[in-house]
Design a protein around this ligand. Structure first.
Ligand code: NAD
Ligand code: 6OD
Length: 485
């Protein structure tokens, strides 16, 4: 990165501010850099720059020119791949293999995918009969919404931010982006990329800061922000919705989860165990799709718990550059939250099968935010640890006796994001999957993504769907033009 203090990017200029906050490495608590917190005036300037861009050069770009620009962004992310990997690792401490194979490639792929999709999008028209016999034709024109506020979380920083920025730009909008205060680095690199590829000024604006009383809230309340796309906690979604209500701004929300994995006795045992290790502990359990509730058919229960615990104990925790499988949680503050659930679980009567504590390294990592992968059994379905999203490397495993019972357990949640079903009986798999109250249900896998498919959640897990054409629809305003012949 070209600077040691991360700046905002407003109307094509990198700008410092009067207030700064520290970006801390979660592996050892050391300082990465200071970050310029955008003031209210800077947020206003970013929104105005975006608004101006919507009537400037950007508006005159053809779809092909817009999409070519997005391809250049993807090319430049790929050219600076190592910078992005290093920045994401510093901010999150996540495993090198994950950043190299998922986070950064998906960041670039999001731009390429939505550019291709927008190129292929067809405008629809319908002819209709009229009483005079002459008829009429209705043309549907997809216009950009305008200025889109993109507010993103820290768990997959570049992946989740570009998942929204790319389709918003492909549809012709201008964006004001706020990354999480915990992970400002790859967003700043993306601003450099936008600058380097010659994105017209004001099309991509970046403002750093926090949520309430800060950048995030200023964006949401701004009268010239036309739509809000947000990924984060469900209760933050509620706060944003309240603040956006007066102007009835369209919102797209990807929120929390308390996802179930269901393992039937006829599942391929090794695959189900390996898949559940991934779905419970990937990214230190900090993926919204992670399985925090695991239900295992009774004949397999003891064997499964034992096998999962053995594999969990083999997960190598530590620094990404030393080849660890699992890094730390995002911060000490988040670790306090996860540890409070560890304490609560014991109070609620859990049996701790493995983990439940902070590892002791005897080196600088003890200043970080590490925590052991944890498995509980023995909690009742109404325990808070079974009902509330924890967002750490922890799952509760419970036995079940029949299909209807486990469907009831899985759906008995305020959340409805994802589920994973493990069985070799495809009729049963299809029957169960169709009854899941979620946005996505995997059969014999987890987090396998086709970007053309709708992605989102029901209940407290979100509003709307993004992905493929669903994204372009959210970021567009259809206009019907009815021509009488
Ligand atoms: P968070 O809600 O605390 O923060 C997300 C973003 O919102 C940050 O940029 C934050 O600064 C901003 N923010 C906070 N309060 C705000 C306010 N009042 N107004 C405007 N902006 C505000 O979430 P997090 O802790 O960064 O991320 C973890 C959460 O995100 C988990 O609940 C996880 O399940 C969820 N998540 C969901 C998905 C999904 O696709 N459904 C994906 C990733 C993460
Ligand atoms: O893969 C994606 O597009 C996506 N939105 C993943 C979300 C992961 C949640 O942490």
């Amino acid at each position: 990165m070209s600077t040691t203090r991360l700046k905002n990017y407003i109307g094509g200029q990198f700008e410092d501010s009067d207030k700064h906050f520290s970006n801390i490495r979660p592996v050892d608590g050391t300082l990465i850099c200071e970050v310029a917190e955008a003031s209210k005036d800077q947020v206003d300037a970013a929104v105005e720059a975006a608004k101006e861009a919507m009537s400037g050069q950007w508006a005159s770009f053809s779809v092909a020119e817009r999409c070519d620009m997005l391809d250049k962004v993807a090319d430049e992310i790929e050219r600076r791949f190592d910078d992005f990997v290093a920045a994401e690792i510093a901010d999150t401490g996540k495993a090198h293999v994950q950043v190299k194979n998922i986070d950064i490639p998906r960041g670039a792929a999001n731009f390429r995918f939505f550019a291709n999709l927008a190129r292929e999008q067809q405008e629809k028209s319908w002819t209709m009969d009229t009483t005079d016999g002459q008829g009429a034709t209705n043309h549907i024109v997809n216009k950009p919404i305008g200025v889109v506020a993109v507010i993103s979380p820290w768990n997959l920083p570049l992946l989740l931010m570009t998942w929204k920025v790319a389709p918003a730009l492909a549809a012709g909008n201008a964006v004001v982006v706020k990354p999480s205060e915990e992970t400002p680095s790859t967003a700043t690199l993306l601003a450099e990329v936008m600058d380097d590829v010659g994105m017209p000024k004001g099309v991509f604006n970046l403002v750093h800061g926090f949520g309430p009383g800060s950048t995030g809230e200023f964006m949401v309340e701004h009268p010239h922000v036309d739509a809000i796309t947000f990924t984060g906690e469900s209760r933050t979604g509620t706060a944003i919705m309240k603040n956006a209500a007066d102007r009835l701004k369209p919102v797209s929300f990807e929120l929390g989860g308390k996802n179930a994995a269901i393992i039937f006795a006829d599942a391929d045992f090794e695959k189900a165990v390996a898949g559940t290790i991934r779905s419970a502990f990937s990214n230190c359990g900090q993926v919204c799709l992670c399985s925090e509730r695991v239900y295992v058919e009774r004949p397999l229960f003891d064997k499964f718990v034992k096998a999962l615990a053995q594999k969990a104990e083999k997960i190598k925790i530590g620094r990404p550059e030393e080849g660890a499988d699992m890094g730390p949680l995002i911060s000490r503050e988040h670790r306090e939250k996860v540890l409070s659930y560890f304490k609560l679980a014991t109070e609620e009567g859990a049996t701790v099968i493995t983990g439940g504590e902070v590892p002791n390294f005897g080196d600088a990592r003890d200043e970080g935010a590490f925590i052991k992968p944890t498995i509980w059994t023995g909690l009742s379905e109404d325990a808070r640890c079974v009902r509330e999203e924890i967002f750490g490397p922890v799952c509760h495993i419970a036995p079940f006796d029949d299909e209807a019972e486990v469907i009831g357990y899985a759906n008995n949640s305020d959340y409805g994001l994802a589920a994973a079903v493990w069985t070799q009986d495809m009729d049963k798999a299809a029957r169960v999957a169709r009854q899941m109250e979620v946005g996505i249900c995997w059969i014999n896998d987890w987090f396998l993504r086709d970007l053309r498919t709708p992605f989102g959640g029901v209940k407290l897990s979100g509003i709307g769907r993004e992905g493929g054409i669903h994204s372009l629809e959210f970021y567009s305003e259809p206009l019907t033009i009815c021509v009488k012949h």
